[in-house]
Write a protein that binds this ligand. Structure first.
Ligand code: SF4
Length: 86
């Protein structure tokens, strides 16, 4: 769980640098609840992928397809994807 928090914090910093202080929302995965079904990757491979450690992660993008992600969030079996404002 601590790893998830640290990973999210690192990701936030990276996103913030790329977006130069602009407020934006990113989909964040609570890996403690993720059941690793890979449905999010299958449905939206432009946003989600597996990292080198084998965990699902969000790909850094300038913006995210809100409608598509809202649907994935609603249907995530682990209920572990949320929007986070950065
Ligand atoms: S759909 Fe949800 S539970 Fe399945 S891998 Fe993605 S984040 Fe994890």
């Amino acid at each position: 769980m601590i790893g998830c928090v640290l990973s999210a914090a690192r990701k936030k910093t990276s996103f913030q640098k790329k977006n130069k202080g602009r407020l934006m929302k990113i989909p964040v995965i609570d890996l403690g609840e993720c059941i690793d079904c890979e449905a999010c990757i299958e449905l939206c491979p432009t946003v989600f992928r597996k990292n080198e450690a084998g965990y699902i992660e969000t790909i850094e993008l300038g913006e995210y397809p809100k409608q598509e992600l809202d649907e994935i969030i609603m249907n995530c079996p682990g209920q572990c994807i949320t929007w986070e404002e950065i």
